[in-house]
Design a protein around this ligand. Structure first.
Ligand code: FES
Ligand code: FES
Length: 193
C-alpha cells in the first residue's frame, strides 16, 4: 500500500488507520453480496487522485463502494437501474452510472466523484451564479455529466448539452438553469473561445 492509502474491506471501514464497525448494513436494494470468500478480491482504486485498496466482491457496484465503504456520500442513489443519473461519476473522463458498474471494471482507472470537483471549479461557480439547485438530489450527477461534457467540448450548444445530459433526470425541472450554467462554466473554463 502507498503512504496515505486507505485500507478498506467489505465489512469494515478503515479511516486514518483505524478499523470501525459499519453503522449500518451494506445496502442491497438491487445487488446482493454473495458473502463467498472466493468472490472477494483486493482491488486498487484511484479516486479523486487518491489511491485506495479495497477488499470487496468484484461485482459490488461502484456506488456501494463509494458510499458504504469509503464514506464518499456526495454520489447519490436514485433508481439503481442506470435510469436516473443521480449516481454519475467519471471514469477516465467518461460519465458512468456507478449504480450498475462493477467495481472490478474500474480498478486502476481514474475515478472522479463530486468530492473531486472542488469549490473553485467553474461548474460550481456557474451553478451558484445561475442558482441551479432546487432540492439538490440529482445535482451531483448533473455536475459530473456536465464536467465530462465541458472537458471535451469547450463550447457546447443546446443540442450538445441536451445529448450529454439526457440521462440525468431532475424531478424539480431545473433543466433550463442547468443549460445556462453549463454554457457559463464552459466560458469560464475556456475563456479564449
Ligand atoms: S441511481 Fe444510478 S442511474 Fe439512477
Ligand atoms: S434539483 Fe431536485 S431533482 Fe434535481
Amino acid at each position: 500500500m502507498h503512504p496515505g492509502e486507505a485500507a478498506v474491506t467489505g465489512l469494515t471501514l478503515g479511516r486514518c488507520g483505524s478499523v470501525q464497525k459499519p453503522d449500518r448494513p451494506l445496502r442491497n436494494f438491487d445487488w446482493q453480496p454473495t458473502r463467498r470468500a472466493k468472490d472477494v478480491e483486493e482491488l486498487e482504486l484511484i479516486i479523486n487522485s487518491r489511491p485506495y485498496t479495497v477488499t470487496v466482491e468484484a461485482e459490488m457496484p461502484v456506488l456501494w463502494v463509494l458510499r458504504d465503504l469509503l464514506n464518499l456520500t456526495g454520489t447519490k442513489y436514485g433508481c439503481g437501474m442506470a435510469l436516473c443519473g443521480a449516481c454519475t461519476v467519471l471514469v477516465d473522463g467518461r460519465a458512468v452510472r456507478a449504480c450498475v458498474t462493477p467495481i472490478s471494471q474500474v480498478a486502476k482507472q481514474e475515478i472522479r466523484t463530486i468530492e473531486g470537483l472542488g469549490p473553485n471549479h467553474p461548474l460550481q461557480q456557474a451553478w451558484l451564479e445561475e442558482q441551479v439547485v432546487q432540492c439538490g438530489y440529482c445535482q451531483s450527477g448533473q455536475l459530473m455529466s456536465a464536467a465530462a461534457l465541458i472537458e471535451t467540448n469547450p463550447s457546447p450548444n443546446d443540442a450538445a448539452i441536451d445529448a450529454a445530459m439526457a440521462g440525468n433526470i431532475c424531478r424539480c425541472g431545473t433543466y433550463p438553469r442547468i443549460r445556462k450554467a453549463i454554457k457559463r462554466a464552459a466560458q469560464l473554463s475556456h475563456p479564449n473561445n
